[in-house]
Write a protein that binds this ligand. Structure first.
Ligand SMILES: CCCCCCCCCCCCCCCC(=O)SCCNC(=O)CCNC(=O)[C@H](O)C(C)(C)COP(=O)(O)OP(=O)(O)OC[C@H]1O[C@@H](n2cnc3c(N)ncnc32)[C@H](O)[C@@H]1OP(=O)(O)O
Length: 160
């Protein structure tokens, strides 16, 4: 398992490695491992606003996908989202500290069935996702023409 000494999971966005900055939608999601579950905290602000005072559904889906990506880091398995299904259960308000969790449901060959949940401060579910990730060879990530993080060369790349 890939973790920092304080139990947190390293940032998996290549452009953010080492800078501790935000993910592509401007949200800072810090994750850590708790048993088999990845947990994290996030707060939405005006940059993720959809309706007034409420987070855009796409931003909510991004955070869930991002938490699922952290599961890959823990598994040290290169994979990509093939399918992401999000159910929005309640409005996600801006400026509120929120909890996120993600876990592996089942692995079937290359297919990783994962789930994630976004909750408010009282742990009421705001949105939940089920996802199919497909394990890929690390070569998949070279298609954009950018150099890959050094650490990735030591991680598994088997697609079997
Ligand atoms: C060493 C380094 C370690 C690094 C470890 C850290 C991770 C580091 C990554 C960080 C990043 C993550 C960040 C967040 C996650 C993204 O955001 S990833 C970005 C969004 N996703 C993408 O761009 C994926 C784009 N899609 C693709 O590239 C290709 O469609 C895929 C997903 C690789 C699949 O293509 P393929 O490998 O040719 O697979 P294919 O033969 O079509 O299908 C295989 C099986 O899956 C099924 N399948 C395929 N697609 C679907 C679907 N959409 N729905 C249902 N079933 C499907 C097929 O039916 C087939 O089933 P079987 O017939 O075998 O039963």
């Amino acid at each position: 398992m890939k973790m920092m000494s304080d139990g947190t999971i390293p940032e998996h966005h290549p452009h953010c490695l080492g800078c501790g900055s935000e993910n592509p939608a401007g949200m800072q999601l810090r994750t850590r491992l708790d048993g088999d579950v990845v947990r994290g905290e996030v707060t939405f602000d005006r940059r993720q606003q959809g309706a007034p005072g409420i987070a855009h559904g796409g931003a909510v889906a991004t955070v869930l996908d991002d938490a699922l990506g952290s599961v890959l880091v823990v598994l040290e398995t290169p994979a990509v989202t093939a399918n992401l299904n999000v159910s929005f259960r309640a409005p996600t308000l801006l400026h509120q500290p929120l909890h996120v969790e993600a876990r592996v449901v089942e692995r079937d060959g290359r297919k990783l069935h994962l789930s994630a949940r976004l909750m408010d401060e009282q742990y009421t579910t705001l949105a939940e996702a089920t996802a199919l990730f497909l394990v890929v060879d690390v070569v998949h990530f070279t298609q954009g023409g950018e150099a890959l993080p050094e650490a990735w060369s030591t991680w598994g790349s088997s697609t079997t």
